[in-house]
Design a protein. Structure first.
Length: 256
């Protein structure tokens, strides 16, 4: 992360954004004060609170709520340009705004934390899959919508921006194994077991993978989705081939 990005994401930047955001909303609303109500100005302040909470968390959002209350009291609730109010109902309005802004800020902060935790979890999963050379996939059979993890894209030599389908997957399978793989998958769609080793042909390079999957059926026995894994077993296959060659050579020597 660059220095500028770290500064922008810092709490200090959040507090600055809180003050400047409310100030900008105040200037815009004050410019059209004759055409809007105090409620419209309060809504603008609330949007600032939500924006700050989503970007920097609950504490800067709390500051935005406080500054927003002061702005509403001073610029939009009579008497204008004074922090006192004649009508007690205005105090109630300010209290409602503050409570609403505070709760909204807290909810936005929780959502931000959940999203951050989800991103971190996804990054950790991708790292673990890369280490294990194991990818995962999900197929929405009804809509032919195939989702791959980052490791599967790497195995198949495709950019993550690509949109995979079963047909694209099958095209990556080695031509000599394609019929075997398709037959195994068609069998899995009727409740069969899907656990197969086959070759891929990626940019002229031959790879070996092991695929395992479970297909979920609906009440009528129709396949609706498949969830599975792909593991790169190329190194294992190479070692097995080398071991076979070594055994054959030894058996040949023993017959001499």
């Amino acid at each position: 992360m660059s220095r500028l990005a770290r500064i922008v994401k810092s709490k200090s930047a959040g507090y600055v954004a809180a003050v400047l955001g409310v100030a900008a909303a105040t200037v815009v609303c004050a410019a059209v004060r004759g055409d809007i109500t105090a409620g419209t100005a309060a809504l603008a302040m609330l949007l600032v609170v939500l924006f700050v909470a989503a970007g920097w968390g609950s504490r800067p959002a709390f500051l935005a709520s406080i500054v927003g209350v002061l702005s509403l009291s001073f610029f939009f609730l009579p008497p204008i340009y004074r922090l006192t109010m004649r009508d007690p109902r205005n105090w109630i309005d300010l209290l409602v705004f503050f409570v609403t802004a505070f709760i909204a800020g807290q909810l936005s902060e929780r959502s931000r934390r959940r999203e951050q935790a989800l991103r971190e979890s996804e990054a950790n999963l991708n790292t673990a899959q890369k280490i294990a050379e194991l990818g995962s996939w999900h197929l929405d059979i009804a809509h032919n919508r195939l989702t791959w993890s980052a490791e599967v894209f790497r195995m198949f030599g495709m950019p993550e921006s690509a949109v995979p389908t079963y047909e694209i997957f099958l095209d990556k399978v080695h031509p000599e194994d394609r019929e075997l793989v398709d037959r195994a998958w068609q069998d899995a769609l009727t409740g069969g077991h899907y656990d197969i080793e086959h070759r891929l042909l990626v940019s002229g390079e031959e790879k070996w993978v092991r695929e395992m999957a479970r297909v979920r059926l609906d009440a009528s026995g129709n396949a609706i989705e498949g969830i599975g894994t792909v593991q790169d077993i190329t190194e294992r296959k190479r070692n097995e081939a080398a071991l076979r060659r070594s055994n054959e050579e030894m058996q040949g020597l023993a017959r001499l």
